[in-house]
Design a protein around this ligand. Sequence first.
Ligand SMILES: NC(=O)c1ccc[n+]([C@@H]2O[C@H](COP(=O)([O-])OP(=O)(O)OC[C@H]3O[C@@H](n4cnc5c(N)ncnc54)[C@H](OP(=O)(O)O)[C@@H]3O)[C@@H](O)[C@H]2O)c1
Length: 293
Amino acid sequence: MSSENVFLIWGGEGWVAGHLKTLLESQGKKVFSTTVRMQNREAVIAELDKYKPTHVLNAAGSTGRPNVDWCEDHKEETIRNNVIGTINLADCCYEKGIHITVFATGCIYAYNDSHPIGGPGFLETDKANFDGSFYSETKAHVEEIMKNYSNCLILRLRMPVSDDLHSRNFVTKIAKYERVVDIPNSNTILHDLLPASILMAEHKDTGIYNFTNPGAISHNEVLSLFKEYVRPDFTWKNFTLDEQAKVIKAGRSNCKLDTTKLVNKLKEYKYEVPEIHEAYKGCFQRMAAAGVK
Ligand SMILES: NC(=O)c1ccc[n+]([C@@H]2O[C@H](COP(=O)([O-])OP(=O)(O)OC[C@H]3O[C@@H](n4cnc5c(N)ncnc54)[C@H](OP(=O)(O)O)[C@@H]3O)[C@@H](O)[C@H]2O)c1
C-alpha cells in the first residue's frame, strides 16, 4: 500500500513537520515538504499539481513565538494562517481527491464540573469550552468547519514532547520556567504518536481523534521523572494558576482528553500507545541513552 503513497508535508520548516519528514524517510516512504502559504489558493494548487501527493500532512499554522501570547497581538495573521489557510488547504485537497491529516490541538478544553481533575476526559464530540487564548479560539472554530470535509483526518495533539530538548518540547519549556503550575494534563509523546498518524493517514481515516497518550500527568510528575532519568540535579518551583495568570497574556488550557476512540482505532492496526507515565519513562530513557542532559 505504502509504495504508491506520496506524502506532502505543509509547514515544512516547522518542528512537528521536521519530525514527520524524518520519520517517513526512515520508513522509506516518498515524502516532500513545502513552505507555500496555505491561504494562497493558486500556489497551493500549483504545489499539489507539482508533487501529486496521495496524502497531505498539515503541520502548518501560527503557534506564536516565543509562545501563544504572540497570537493575542497578531489576530489577523493568526486568522489568516489558522483559519483561512487551514480551510483553504483542506478544500484544495478535497477538490483534488487528496487525503489530508491535520495536526491540530486539544488545547480547546479546560477542566470543568463534569470533567474535573481525575474525572472523565473530554470526548471528540464534546464542544470546546476553553476560549482563554486567541490561538485556542481559532483552533476550536476551524475544527468545527474542518470536520465536515470527508477527506480530512484531525488529530488533536497536546503539549507535544520529543526525545530531545528542542525549544518546542513541552519538557524543555517547563524545565526553563522560573515557576510551573502543577496540574494533570494529556500529553503527546511524538515518538509514540507520530507513527500512528502515518498509519491512520495511510488507511485514509477521517474525523476527529484525541491524539495523546492515554491518561494524564502533572507537571511535577513530569519533572520528577526528568530529574530521575535525565538531570539528577534538577530542581524547580511551583506557583498557583492565579500567580501564573499574572505573567502570561493568554490563558493556558489544562485538561485530560479521552483516548478510547484512538486506542480502539489503533488496535485495528495492531498498534499500541503506552500510558503517559510509561511513555515519559521511555522518552527520558531514550534521552539519557542519547546523552541528552
Ligand atoms: N508545539 C505545540 O506545543 C503544539 C501543541 C498542540 C498542537 N500543535 C499544532 O501542531 C502544528 C505544528 O506545530 P509546531 O510546533 O511544529 O509549530 P511550528 O514549529 O511553529 O511550525 C509551524 C510552521 O507552520 C508555518 N506556517 C505558519 N503559517 C503558515 C501558513 N499560512 N502557510 C504555510 N505555513 C505556515 C510556519 O512557518 P513560518 O514561520 O514561515 O510562518 C512554521 O514553520 C500546529 O498546527 C500546532 O497548532 C502544536
